[in-house]
Design a protein around this ligand. Structure first.
Ligand SMILES: [Zn+2]
Length: 104
């Protein structure tokens, strides 16, 4: 996967198509990501000491990584990241549209 926590992505399919948000969590084993504000599920919780009435908690559920596309922080376009290696062996991700370093 070429996206990681903190990246901004746009949803490209499903009910949240077109929404943008920051990656809150990556689950590499399942190829899934949790994106801020995307795929919200409501969970009913029983009353607790903190919440004597019980209530509904809103939570982002994971979506498949193939349903999102990286948004370049430089040119603000949906893009793909290309990986390049620097002379010292360090890996950098570059935007295929504007050729800028995504992680700068
Ligand atoms: Zn770009």
């Amino acid at each position: 996967m070429r996206i990681k926590k903190g990246d901004t992505v746009e949803v490209i399919s499903g009910k949240d198509k077109g929404k943008r948000g920051e990656i809150l969590k990556v689950i590499p084993k399942k190829d899934r990501v949790i994106v801020e504000g995307v795929n919200i599920v409501h969970r009913h919780v029983s009353p607790t000491q903190d919440m004597p009435q019980g209530g509904i908690i809103e939570n982002e559920a994971a979506i498949h990584a193939s349903n999102v596309q990286l948004v370049c922080p430089r040119c603000d376009e949906k893009t793909r990241a290309g990986v390049e290696y620097l002379e010292d062996g360090k890996k950098v991700r570059k935007c295929k549209k504007c050729d800028e370093d995504i992680d700068k």
